[in-house]
Design a binder for this molecule. Structure first.
Ligand SMILES: [Fe+2]
Length: 132
């Protein structure tokens, strides 16, 4: 290989590496369009404001609310809460006649991640991550 061919090959390899690197960074996460959140609403991008659970913590109690209308045809089915290490804290189910609000007592002095989910019967599974 002469110097000119070498330089050409090196330039092409560098460009290919840059494209590959950008492609890898843009690759969808494993659960794209399976699990949704505010940053990754996927094919439900126009309705995320109604489905991402809103979390408040008051006096050791986790209060979850999903700002979603409730009708017999379309409603929030459940909330669930998982703590650090995958510890399951609880789940609340709803009928269409309920308000999608749930309360869960945190372990005394709990510090760490809180993963909250909200499931819609039409718009799938939404996740919100908090930290205390
Ligand atoms: Fe929905």
């Amino acid at each position: 290989m002469n110097r000119r061919d070498f330089m050409s090959t090196a330039a092409i390899s560098t460009a290919a590496l840059a494209v590959t690197s950008q492609t890898a960074q843009a690759a969808p996460p494993r659960f794209e369009n399976v699990v949704f959140d505010a940053k990754r609403p996927g094919h439900w991008k126009d309705v995320e404001a109604l489905h991402v659970p809103i979390v408040a913590i008051k006096e050791g109690k986790l209060i979850i609310r999903t700002p979603h209308p409730m009708s017999e045809a379309h409603y929030i089915v459940s909330h669930s809460v998982v703590l650090k290490g995958g510890e399951f804290l609880g789940r609340t189910t709803f009928t269409w006649k309920d308000q999608p609000i749930s309360e869960h007592a945190l372990p005394a002095g709990y510090k760490g991640i809180i993963i909250v989910t909200s499931t819609c019967n039409l718009h799938d599974f939404w996740v919100k991550e908090e930290r205390v």
